[in-house]
Structure formats: structure tokens, C-alpha cells
Design a protein around this ligand. Structure first.
Ligand SMILES: [Fe+2]
Ligand SMILES: [Fe+2]
Length: 146
């Protein structure tokens, strides 16, 4: 059975939060940090993609709250710019820290704002969850094949 869309997105948030902690505790292990940085960027890219393609439009449709969606998209844009800086960063710790700060801020806003509103407006969260899982699996397969 498909999981509720919000539960899925929250699971992503938590996974990324623990990856950020792992990065921090990797200390001076540069290879481990590079590897973790790659996973963090990939997870965030996938997560933003399913939100932008599936969850945000459904939310805008259900609530008519275009403003909240536009604000979230602006934050995604900033996160994408920070992700783009990671591969060439002279200071990997600083690049990941900046990314973490911005991501945690955005996640907190989704939690307190959009997700609370989504739960109370009768959105088809299970159906959306199914679509999110399918889309994620599709894209993960092409990433692995590349
Ligand atoms: Fe988001
Ligand atoms: Fe999110």
C-alpha cells in the first residue's frame, strides 16, 4: 500500500538531517565526507523534484495558496544554487554547512506551514504518496543506469 505523501516527504527530511549529522561526525575523513556530500546532494535533488512535480501543484490546487508554493520554490532555487557549488567547493565543510542551514530552515517552514495546511484540506495524500514513490523509483533507476 502506498504511504501518505507527507509521511514520505518527512522521511526524506529526516534521512537528510541524519546525513548532515553523519557528515559532521566524519571529522577529518575526506573520502567519507565527499561520499556523504554526494549522497546529500542527490537526496535533496530527488526530494525537491517530487515536491515540485507532484506535491506542490497538488497543494496549490487543493488550497489555492499559490503564495506559499512560490515561496517554497524560491527556497528550492537557493538550495539548488548551494548544491551546484558543492562539487567545486574549496571548503567542503563550509559548503555543506551553508546547505544544511538553508535546508533545515526550509524543512521547518514546510513542517509548520504547508504540511499542516495540507493535512487539514482533504488532499488525497495516499494517492499522492503512490505517485511520489513511482516517480522516485523511475528517476532512481535512470540515475543508477547512467
Ligand atoms: Fe521543499
Ligand atoms: Fe521538503
Amino acid at each position: 500500500m502506498a504511504q501518505d505523501a507527507i509521511a514520505l516527504l518527512e522521511a526524506d527530511h529526516q534521512r537528510v538531517e541524519s546525513l548532515f549529522s553523519e557528515f559532521k561526525s566524519a571529522g577529518g575523513d575526506r573520502d567519507a565526507k565527499l561520499h556523504l556530500a554526494q549522497i546529500i546532494c542527490m537526496e535533496l535533488t530527488l526530494h525537491s523534484m517530487v515536491e515540485e512535480e507532484i506535491f506542490y501543484p497538488a497543494f496549490a490546487h487543493a488550497t489555492g495558496d499559490q503564495q506559499l508554493v512560490e515561496h517554497a520554490l524560491k527556497e528550492h532555487q537557493h538550495v539548488k544554487e548551494l548544491i551546484a557549488n558543492v562539487p567545486s567547493a574549496q571548503n567542503l565543510d563550509g559548503a555543506i554547512e551553508a546547505l544544511q542551514r538553508h535546508v533545515l530552515h526550509h524543512v521547518e517552514e514546510e513542517r509548520r506551514g504547508m504540511f499542516v495546511k495540507a493535512k487539514s484540506c482533504g488532499m488525497e495524500l495516499a494517492t499522492l504518496g503512490g505517485r511520489i514513490q513511482t516517480r522516485r523509483a523511475e528517476v532512481a533507476a535512470t540515475v543508477q543506469a547512467a
